[in-house]
Design a protein. Structure first.
Length: 143
């Protein structure tokens, strides 16, 4: 049975074992600790036994001219578990957390050719989807 668990500073050890395609890169313990401790950050994992087979990350963006908005930054479910409703459950968990933080809408981005993700997000949408450009800006010493 797959269970969802919110990651907190006290249970980051749950990510010690995870399916290889659940995270884009190797988990850095210091970065994980900082993420879990940051106010306004959310991470939930889908666990099958002691292996993370899915995850979602989100954060609240506070605005000076609008209510806070939930930004879903990352969502992944390992291929063997796709099509079982796990991604939907992860999104629902993030939306529930966001509602508790005062958000009444969420933003998420995905590639235009990621049809499974687009279908999932369409199930939640209340406004028409728009195509937008996403630019990655590099700065600082690593640029």
């Amino acid at each position: 049975m797959v269970n969802l668990t919110q990651i907190t500073p006290t249970n980051t050890h749950l990510l010690a074992q995870h399916a290889p395609d659940v995270f884009d890169e190797a988990i850095d313990p210091a970065r994980l600790a900082a993420f879990a401790a940051a106010a306004g950050h959310f991470m939930a994992v889908a666990m099958d036994s002691d292996v993370a087979i899915g995850q979602i990350r989100a954060m609240v963006q506070h605005q000076p001219d609008a209510p806070p908005v939930l930004y879903i930054d990352n969502l992944a479910v390992t291929e063997a578990y796709q099509g079982m409703g796990i991604a939907r459950r992860l999104v629902q968990a993030a939306l529930a957390w966001g509602a508790g933080m005062g958000c009444d809408q969420a933003w998420v981005a995905t590639e235009l050719d990621n049809h499974p993700a687009l279908a999932l997000y369409r199930a939640f949408e209340s406004e028409p989807m728009e195509s937008v450009a996403c630019c990655q800006l590099r700065f600082g010493p690593s640029a």
